[in-house]
Design a protein around this ligand. Structure first.
Ligand code: GLN
Length: 490
């Protein structure tokens, strides 16, 4: 048995029966990373020594009678999540040598549950992107086809989970960044409700939509990790006390799923449309009813997202000034010609000029423009008003149905280098995923078949704090179709 291929559920049951150890499981994942990550490039940091120490502690805790589904389970975390004593780069040159001084709340909670941190994964710089090509450290490759992108921005985590380098991985989702790469890599990507788990210790992108999420091999595993991460945190005032349990067993007969007609449009690849149509038939066999619904403000989702996101980004990235964190264009005495970095303003501009990649700079400029005195009302304020409409409309439609079904992405994985020179094209990739982010709703991408050998994802969007229905619907579909069982060959 290849231990690294196990799901959380399978591994924890074997650990409980003492048939395997966390040390054995952790070693199997580290071995797999060593074997394939030279080609995939999912990891930015591997904490081999620390992981083995943590695994040993987990085995001791079990030997003393402690139990728990995450006790001894190895995982990878996206590199914009702080893990104490380990480098946290956010895939930016500006944070290349930044060591996190504390654990994010979600990491602390996973530590308490006994999960074992294997390392940190690649992303688009500061999570800006949908392909992981915006990383300052080079792109991650899709394990289904190494010439293709894994999606983004949590592309390292999605690729690592798909290639069994870990038992699960953490991502963040601001406008699709767990769901979209999950779709490209054939794994499960969860974006919980905004406020379900703490953002404390995440390197902020768009604070009003950022949420920590998961990349797992099954829907049940997503529920396990979310149960451990969820909860109120005094360090994040936007966390909300929310009812558990998160995973409800049982069938889905009699449920009604909404199909928003604006999500079934020209421009989506035939293979994706066919996969969704097939899924609808499969769901019907499980006793689900479908209802056509309408979300007319969908056409504003991408424009609104790309005003609000850069606006918040321009403010959140303000802290990287060459003084407080990371890379600094160090002060030098002025030469006789007055050159050199001798004053504060030049330290700021030089450090930021050298440290940020082109997408981060683009977003800082767009956001600064949208927030500037003369344009604030026309752009930012207007976008916020339309965002409220988008949210109200989605909430209202969700009163009529149990959840919504849509494609996650308009197509399967594209080639590395194919789209990255066209930012607008990249922004349009978010068409199906950014709506749930603006509305703060929970959403999950589950494997829904293949198009020319490449995975296709289905997205389920749920009512606020009703991840349970998404898990139930997703789990039943997954068990009926078995798409998640198909493995990469690498
Ligand atoms: N593609 C989106 C963007 O570039 C998603 C980002 C995210 O969710 N972190 O903004």
């Amino acid at each position: 048995m290849q231990l690294n291929t196990l799901t959380i559920k399978q591994a924890s049951s074997l650990l409980a029966k003492k048939e395997i150890t966390s040390i054995g499981l952790t070693k199997a994942c580290l071995k797999r990373i060593k074997e394939v990550d030279g080609k995939i490039k999912a990891c930015l940091t591997v904490c081999k020594k620390e992981a083995l120490v943590e695994a040993n502690i987990a085995d001791e805790r079990r030997a003393k009678g402690e139990t728990g589904e995450l006790l001894g389970i190895p995982y990878l975390a996206k590199d914009n999540i702080l893990t104490r004593g380990v480098r946290a780069t956010a895939a930016s040159k500006i944070l290349e040598n930044y060591i996190a001084p504390y654990d994010a709340t979600i990491i602390k909670k996973l530590k308490q549950a006994g999960a074992v941190l294997l390392g940190k994964t690649n992303l688009d710089e500061f999570a800006h992107g949908a392909s992981t090509e915006n990383s300052a450290f080079g792109p991650t490759h899709n394990p289904w086809d190494l010439t293709r992108a894994p999606g983004g921005s949590s592309g390292g985590s999605a690729a690592a989970a798909a290639a069994d380098m870990c038992i699960f991985a953490l991502g963040t989702d601001t406008g699709g960044s767990t769901r979209y790469p999950a779709s490209f890599c054939g794994v499960v990507g969860l974006k919980p409700t905004y406020g379900r788990s703490s953002r404390f210790g995440l390197i902020a992108m768009t604070s009003s939509t950022d949420v920590p999420g998961t990349l797992t091999k099954t829907v049940a595993d997503a529920a396990i990790v979310l149960s451990a991460m969820a909860g109120v945190d005094k360090n994040d005032a936007t966390t909300v006390k929310s009812p558990l349990p998160l995973f409800v067993k049982g069938g889905i007969k009699g449920l009604t799923i909404g199909l928003p007609k604006e999500y079934f449009v020209d421009g989506t690849d035939k293979g994706v449309t066919q996969a969704v149509e097939k899924a609808i038939e499969d769901f019907k066999k499980l006793g689900v009813k479908f209802k056509s619904v309408s979300l007319p403000h969908t056409k504003y989702v991408v424009p609104v997202y790309y005003i609000i996101t850069p606006s918040e980004v321009s403010s959140n990235l303000g802290r990287f000034d060459g003084i407080k964190y990371g890379l600094s264009a160090s002060p030098q005495p002025s030469s006789s010609k007055g050159e050199g970095v001798s004053d504060l303003m030049s330290i700021y501009t030089k450090s930021r000029g050298q440290g940020f990649g082109s997408e981060a700079k683009r977003r800082i400029m767009l956001g600064t423009y949208a927030l500037s005195a003369g344009y604030y009302d026309a752009y930012y304020l207007q976008a916020q008003k339309v965002r409220t409409k988008i949210k109200q409309e989605m909430d209202k439609v969700l009163e009529e149905v149990d959840c919504l079904l849509t494609p996650t992405a308009p197509h399967a994985a594209f080639k590395i280098g194919e789209q990255i020179q066209d930012p607008l094209k990249m922004y349009l990739e978010d068409i199906f995923v950014a709506g749930a982010s603006l509305a703060g709703l929970p959403a999950i991408s589950i494997p829904g078949g293949f198009d020319n050998g490449l995975p296709v994802g289905l997205q389920l969007i749920g009512k606020r704090f009703d991840e349970a229905t998404l898990f139930r619907v997703g789990h039943n579909y997954e068990q009926a179709t078995g798409w998640h069982k198909k493995k990469v060959e690498i």
